[in-house]
Ligand binder design. Structure first.
Ligand SMILES: [Zn+2]
Length: 113
């Protein structure tokens, strides 16, 4: 809980405005700044997903070590995508696409072992 800076009543920390006095607590500028963290995670997830699909779509046989390395990177990207989905903020479409692509890549990867 936080306190309203206008009327000092206790309100929920996620509240955009105070239900007691109607004072606006979060400006659009600060809300955008908060979304920065999840946006880069969504973009990273999507980029890794595309790279994973492209790498796995190659005809060349990947070595076992290479597959393990890719699996670690793809898993990290997948985790980033899921985290940014949980934030329910900007870049959600990219995060969904990234998680879907990474899930496909990981399935193909596991099938290649
Ligand atoms: Zn208030």
């Amino acid at each position: 809980m936080i306190f309203c800076k206008f009327c000092r009543k206790e309100i929920h920390e996620e509240a955009q405005s105070c239900p007691q006095c109607g004072g606006v607590l979060k400006s659009p500028v600060s809300a955008t700044a908060n979304e920065g963290g999840s946006l880069w995670m969504a973009i990273t997830s999507l980029v890794l997903g595309v790279l994973g699909i492209l790498a796995l779509a190659e005809d060349s046989k990947h070595g076992r070590d290479e597959l393990i390395g890719m699996g670690i990177i793809l898993s990290a990207g997948w985790a980033l995508g899921v985290i940014s989905l949980g934030n329910k903020k900007a870049g959600k479409g990219m995060a969904i696409a990234g998680v879907v692509l990474l899930s496909l890549s990981l399935l193909v990867l596991l099938g290649s072992f």
